[in-house]
Each structure stands twice: as structure tokens, then as C-alpha cells.
Design a protein. Structure first.
Length: 569
């Protein structure tokens, strides 16, 4: 008997030594736990074995790994510390066993836990705490589905394995935590390296962009540098969605070009939808939007935002230069149209800035363009017409140009964009002192077109007194009393549906020819004579003779522009 006991102890020591060797070689927590429960179950020959770890924050212990357990609820069991065998052992007081768990009154029971134990058909439970350096980290448990009393050697064996297991688990947990922290450090290192690389790229990009903006505030150059940094095409739209600049072929991107190939308006539908978009703002003003052809990652977007900042600077610098240029043109045009005698040398120097000379043959053109659209029209006309200064003057855009082909360039630029063209012109003049009169004639021609509702280019040399009256009428400067003399005709026509005003108009236009009026109005000559007699009654004798003839004729011209007396009967 003594020899048998000695051999059993020797076998147990050998098993424990093998277990300790196996556990020492393992570093993975789950592998350690699995090895512990399998070896423990095999050593004591139990139906199941499981190991729990304590959760100090929740005040309970939970089964982390098991072997031989069949029900999911038992495998996922959580037990309050002090409750049941598992909870009691996990407090670390001492090993404990029971041969009839469900009926053992020495055990603190929990109804829900008892139901789980009953479903697993467990009767015998024995376990030892996992203790390392005075800390209880869990429990090692074996269980049977029958009533059994574990021998002291078996309890001692489980307790010995629990002591070894506690050290192995603690080491594995420490190793896992160290590995986790190492990985975090590696991740942080990689992130820091990536951030450093991104910061280096941004600094280099900022340096190149700043050089581009300071040397020459060219937004196209800024976009080209940005395209190299992002390896993606860039598109710059203005606040209304029109394409201002792009790093792709402008024709392919939908850019419209002027007569000399310069970029102007765009067909925004031809530009691809933005992959990544960044607003370009300055002083709370949205200048436009920068976007790429594809979606960028976070680093790409950060670089793109740097490009957007410098694009805003370039646009502001360009706008400042353009505004300064426009102020210079405005001042020059105002001085030239004011009739003030300017010093020749100073005038020559100012005109030379825009390619003009004081002895040039100059044309003055008045364009019907709203103030809001003036900037866009100036950009187009600067490319379409050479040697030109322009500014908003009164209610129109005024151009002074030395280009003989100005009208062809003007028509081509407007036709290409589908813009209605309405312009008055005068010239050429050979001396700056003649420009004020040329401007008045160009303005008068434009006023006539506006009053008549007609498009085109009208030369001021073709104007007469009637057009002057029309311009006065358009500007509200023609007294109503000057056309009141023909009101009786208009009133009579409105009341009776007749055409006396048209008849009078054509009678005076044809120098009193009854035959010509009859032909124009498709009437019999006697009908014309009857109408003329009625007109005489309404307007009074002498309406068709000097001096009243001229006044009546001019009044009918103004009313023709207003109500259309020339239309067919």
C-alpha cells in the first residue's frame, strides 16, 4: 500500500512537472488556459474542468475557458464572488468541494445559477483558487455529473496545478499586455512617422506654394504645384460654379476660349463631378471651390486644404492687381472723356500702360452691360480686343480702343457665348480732345438701341435728331408735353380701333405722298384722304405744314419707338 501511494505521488509530481514545463513554454493566454483545463481534467479523471478569472470592477468571476462542458449557458457562466462553489473558491480562502451541489446548504445558492447547473446535470464540484503574489485572479474547477468524493491527493494536485496555473496565467496576461503596449507603441510610432512625413510634405508644399504666390500670384501655377503633390487633377470653380482654372486640358475640361485662345467662361457640365471638394474662402467670403477628380484620403485632403489656402491668396492678389488695373483704366477713361486738357507726357505714359498712344486712331464703344456683369465681360473683352481700356461709365461699359478690328472681335466673343450684343460706337478720332464728343455719340446710339429694343452695333454717325429725342425719352429727360400734340390721334385709335396715327406717321415720312401712303397701308387713295381729313379735325389745321409739321413728325417718331407705329395695318 505504501509503495502504491509512493508511486502515485511520484506520478503526480511527474505530471505536475510536465504541466509546469508546458505552461512555461506558452505565451498566448487562451492557449495557456486551454492547456490548464485539459491537463487538470485528465489528471483527476473528471467529466469537466474549467477556469475562471475575476472581474474586480463587477465583483464577480466568469468562466474564461472550459473542457467537457456541454451547455452554452454553463460555458458563459458568471458567478458573484462568494456565491456557489466557483464564487466561493474565487475569493481565495481555500480549496472547496461538494458532492451534491444543488442540495448542499453550506453553499450560497443563486436560483439562476442553480438552473444552469441543473441543465448541465452537475453534482460534484471541487476547485482551488488561482493565487499569485497574494492576489486572487480566479479559480480552477473540476466537476462530475455524478456524486464523487475527491481524495486529498487529488485536491492537492488541483491546488498545485492552480498555483502553477496562476503564475502561468499572470505571466501570459503580462506578456499579452506588454505585447499590446508594444503594438500601441508601434502604432504610435508609425502614426508619428506618418504625421512627420505629412508635416514634411506640407512644409515643402507650403514653401513651393508660397514662392509661387509671392513671385507671381498665378492661380494656374498654384494648381500645377498642387497637382504634383496630390497626383490628381485639380479644378477651381468660382462661386457661381464656372471653371476658373484646371490642371487638365482646358478644352477637355469644358473651358471656353476667346478669340486669341484665352480662357473665359466654361461649360460646367463638361467638368467631372468633384471627388473631394474644399471651399476657398477669405475674410468670410467664398471665392470658389477647389476639387479633385477622385476622392482623397485624410492626408490628401490635408494637402489639398493647403493648396486651397494658397489658391485663395493667389485669387486675392490677382483680384487686387485687377482692381488696381481697373482703377487705372477708370481714371484714364474719365480723364479722356472729361475734356480736360491733360499734359501730353503724362497722358502718353498712362495710355502706354494699355498699349495705347495719344496719336492713335481711337474708337469709343458704349456697351449695354450691367454693373454686376461688368467684371466677367471685361475679362472676355480683354482677350477678344487688343489695345483697349474699359470701365463702367454712367449706365454702360465704355471701351476706348485702337484696334481697327474691334467690332469683329466683339461680335465673335458675344456670339461664342450666346450673349445679346447691344452697343453704340463712334470714331475713329485722331485726337484725345475729340473723345468726349465721340462718347456722347456712342452713348446716344446705345440709348436709341435700348429704347427701340434692338440688338446690334449702331454707329453714332448714323444718328439724327430723332435718335437724340429717343435717348432723352429713354433717360426720362424728354418732357411729356413735347409729344402730347399727337395724343388725340392715339386716343381716337384706341377708342375706335382706327389707324390715324400710323397714317399721319407715313404721310409725313413720305413727304406728303397720298399714293405712297396708300401703297404702304394697302388702302385706296380716297380712304387715305378721308383719314387725313379726320386727322386735320383732331389735330387742327396746319398740322402738316411748317412750323408744326416738324414737331408733329418728331412726336410721331418718339411714339413710334414707344408703341410701334410702323407695324403693318
Amino acid at each position: 500500500m505504501a509503495n502504491t501511494m509512493r508511486r502515485s505521488r511520484e506520478d503526480l509530481l511527474r505530471v505536475l512537472l510536465d504541466t509546469a514545463t508546458d505552461l512555461t513554454a506558452l505565451r498566448d493566454v487562451e492557449a495557456v488556459l486551454q492547456a490548464i483545463v485539459r491537463r487538470t481534467r485528465a489528471i483527476v479523471g473528471a467529466d469537466m474542468a474549467y477556469i475562471s478569472l475575476n472581474d474586480p470592477e463587477r465583483g464577480d468571476t466568469y468562466i474564461r475557458q472550459s473542457d467537457g462542458v456541454t451547455t452554452p449557458a454553463y460555458r458563459a457562466l458568471r458567478m458573484p464572488l462568494g456565491v456557489g462553489v466557483l464564487g466561493q473558491v474565487a475569493t481565495g480562502l481555500a480549496p472547496f468541494q461538494t458532492s451534491g451541489y444543488l442540495t448542499d446548504t453550506s453553499v450560497v445558492h443563486d436560483p439562476e445559477v442553480d438552473e444552469i447547473v441543473r441543465a448541465e446535470a452537475v453534482e460534484t464540484i471541487m476547485g482551488a483558487p488561482l493565487t499569485v503574489a497574494g492576489r486572487v485572479i480566479g479559480a480552477l474547477i473540476v466537476a462530475e455529473r455524478r456524486s464523487r468524493r475527491f481524495e486529498p491527493e487529488e485536491v492537492s494536485c488541483v491546488e498545485s496545478i492552480a498555483k502553477q496555473a496562476a503564475v502561468a496565467i499572470d505571466n501570459s496576461l503580462r506578456f499579452e499586455e506588454m505585447a499590446r503596449r508594444t503594438e500601441l507603441l508601434n502604432v504610435e510610432h508609425r502614426r508619428s512617422a506618418a504625421e512627420l512625413q505629412l508635416a514634411t510634405r506640407m512644409l515643402e508644399l507650403d514653401r513651393r506654394l508660397l514662392d509661387a504666390v509671392m513671385v507671381s500670384p498665378d492661380v494656374d501655377r498654384v494648381l500645377t504645384i498642387g497637382r504634383g503633390a496630390l497626383d490628381d487633377d485639380l479644378y477651381l470653380r468660382d462661386a457661381s460654379g464656372g471653371l476658373l482654372a484646371a490642371t487638365v486640358d482646358r478644352d477637355a475640361a469644358g473651358a471656353d476660349t476667346g478669340a486669341d485662345g484665352a480662357d473665359t467662361d466654361t461649360d460646367t457640365d463638361a467638368v467631372p463631378e468633384p471627388g473631394t471638394a474644399v471651399a476657398i474662402t477669405a475674410a468670410a467670403e467664398t471665392l470658389g471651390t477647389l476639387h479633385t477628380g477622385s476622392v482623397l484620403d485624410a492626408d490628401g485632403r490635408a494637402l489639398m486644404e493647403r493648396v486651397a489656402v494658397h489658391a485663395a491668396l493667389a485669387l486675392l492678389f490677382s483680384r487686387a492687381e485687377e482692381d488696381a488695373d481697373l482703377r487705372g483704366q477708370h481714371e484714364l477713361v474719365d480723364d479722356l472723356l472729361s475734356g480736360v486738357d491733360l499734359p501730353h507726357d503724362r497722358l502718353e505714359r498712362r495710355m502706354r500702360r494699355w498699349g495705347l498712344r495719344s496719336d492713335d486712331r481711337l474708337w469709343c464703344v458704349a456697351l449695354d452691360v450691367s454693373f454686376a456683369d461688368a467684371r466677367r465681360y471685361r475679362q472676355v473683352l480683354r482677350a477678344a480686343i487688343g489695345r483697349t481700356v474699359m470701365t463702367v461709365h454712367d449706365d454702360h461699359l465704355c471701351l476706348l480702343t485702337a484696334s481697327p478690328g474691334w467690332e469683329d472681335g466683339l461680335r465673335a466673343a458675344f456670339d461664342a457665348r450666346g450673349w445679346p450684343l447691344r452697343a453704340g460706337s463712334a470714331g475713329p478720332v485722331t485726337a484725345p480732345r475729340d473723345l468726349p464728343d465721340a462718347h456722347r455719340r456712342a452713348s446716344l446710339a446705345l440709348g436709341s438701341l435700348v429704347t427701340l429694343g434692338r440688338d446690334g452695333v449702331l454707329d453714332g454717325e448714323q444718328l439724327g435728331m430723332v435718335h437724340a429725342l429717343l435717348d432723352l425719352a429713354r433717360a426720362g429727360g424728354l418732357p411729356r408735353s413735347l409729344t402730347r400734340a399727337v395724343d388725340p390721334l392715339l386716343d381716337y385709335d384706341d377708342e375706335r380701333g382706327t389707324d390715324l396715327a400710323r397714317t399721319a406717321f407715313h404721310y409725313l415720312e413720305t413727304d406728303g405722298s397720298v399714293a405712297r401712303v396708300a401703297e404702304l397701308l394697302h388702302l385706296h387713295r380716297n380712304t387715305v384722304r378721308q383719314r387725313l381729313a379726320r386727322i386735320g379735325v383732331l389735330l387742327g389745321a396746319g398740322w402738316d405744314a411748317s412750323p408744326r409739321r416738324l414737331e408733329t413728325h418728331l412726336a410721331l417718331h418718339v411714339r413710334d419707338a414707344q408703341v410701334g407705329l410702323r407695324r403693318p395695318a
